[in-house]
Write a protein that binds this ligand. Structure first.
Ligand code: PHE
Length: 339
């Protein structure tokens, strides 16, 4: 029996040493130490031994068992480590490999110019207000003193959505909403999209952007209007920019002006951009008509105000020398990537 034990132990030790996989180890464990394993079988035969032999043999078997258990656990640790090393090797990361470039979004040129304008007006104490793009006839026309027979009310110029609903043709509607909701002193700008049923070409688009400005307080004069616009123009175009008022007409302002600035391209000498005149028209403005103030519940005897409407798209195309307004709305990435 002792020889048998030694033979089993040696065979087991050799096979454990030679094992190459965890599965082989498991099979060997079952083969020798399992319930039906060879060592267990040997223990079962102990009954046939004499009472002197039994403890000696028992001790030997237990020793062999312990020995094999240690051998198995050592081998499996070794195999596990080898397996892990293998895996780590396979998963090695090449830290010198160039990283994937992630694309970062950026502001649309219209938004860049708009943000600059908001900064300028905010620094002069203006609040930014918002108004709806779908307006009623009342806010877009009637309250702004635009008579019913005014050509702007024609279907050819305005997108109507129903009897009294339309897409606003000017941000001036925001003047009315502001004056209805705030008491003077008022100093606001309202940037936004406006819509007109224009033919599309290099300088016209059915959707474009305006920034409406409105100031109402006691003692506001046209000098204040000129001062604000001069300050604005010089910050946008440069400190030697001059501002020129030309008489004009808007139903909701009296007097009304169109405002030109010295051409930023040629400095006023005359070039292709300003068509030789040295001036570029940037906005319409005027003193708020007393009728408009009154219809918003502001006493025109006590208060006066001015309003202006700046075209954002024109400002953007001249700043970035963009030859066609349509490029601003096509969202072609190749175009937008240039800013
Ligand atoms: N709303 C006018 C336009 O769209 C511009 C404007 C605004 C004129 C405010 C005067 C005062 O042409």
């Amino acid at each position: 029996m002792k020889e048998q034990l030694i033979a089993i132990r040696e065979a087991a030790e050799n096979s454990i040493k030679a094992a190459k996989t965890m599965q082989e180890i498991e099979e060997l464990r079952v083969k020798y130490l399992g319930k039906k394993g060879e060592l267990t079988a040997l223990l079962k035969q102990m009954g046939s031994l004499s009472s002197e032999e039994r403890p000696v043999m028992g001790q030997l078997v237990n020793e062999a068992k312990a020995l094999l258990e240690t051998a198995i656990s050592e081998k499996s640790a070794e195999l596990k480590k080898a397996e892990q090393d293998e895996k780590l090797k396979a998963e090695t990361i090449d830290i010198t490999m160039p990283a994937k470039q992630s694309k970062v979004g950026k502001l649309h040129p219209l938004n860049t110019v708009l943000n600059d304008m908001i900064d300028i007006f905010q620094s002069m104490g203006f609040d930014v207000v918002d108004g709806p793009e779908v307006e009623t006839d009342y806010y877009n026309f009637e309250c702004l003193n635009v008579p019913a027979d005014h050509p702007a009310r024609d279907m050819q110029d305005t997108f109507y959505l129903g009897e009294n609903l339309l897409l606003r043709t000017q941000t001036s509607a925001a003047q009315i909403r502001t004056m209805e909701n705030r008491k003077p002193p008022i100093r606001v700008i309202c940037p936004g999209r406006v819509f007109r049923a224009d033919e599309v070409d290099a300088t016209h688009s059915p959707v474009f952007h305006q920034i409406e400005g409105l100031v109402v307080d006691k003692g506001i004069t046209m000098c204040d209007l000129k001062g604000v616009l001069e300050q604005f123009a010089q910050e946008i175009y440069g400190s030697d920019t001059e501002v020129k008022f030309r008489p004009s007409f808007f139903p909701f302002t009296e007097p009304s002006v169109e405002v030109d600035v010295t051409c930023s391209e040629c400095g006023g000498k005359g070039c292709r951009v300003c068509k030789g005149s040295g001036w570029i028209e940037i906005l319409g403005a005027g003193m708020v008509h007393p009728k408009v103030l009154a219809s918003c519940g502001i006493d025109p005897e006590e208060y006066t105000g001015f309003a202006f409407g700046i075209g954002l798209d024109r400002l953007t195309t001249t700043r970035y020398k963009i030859s066609d307004i349509r490029l601003l709305f096509e969202n072609d990435k190749r175009f937008l990537d240039q800013f």
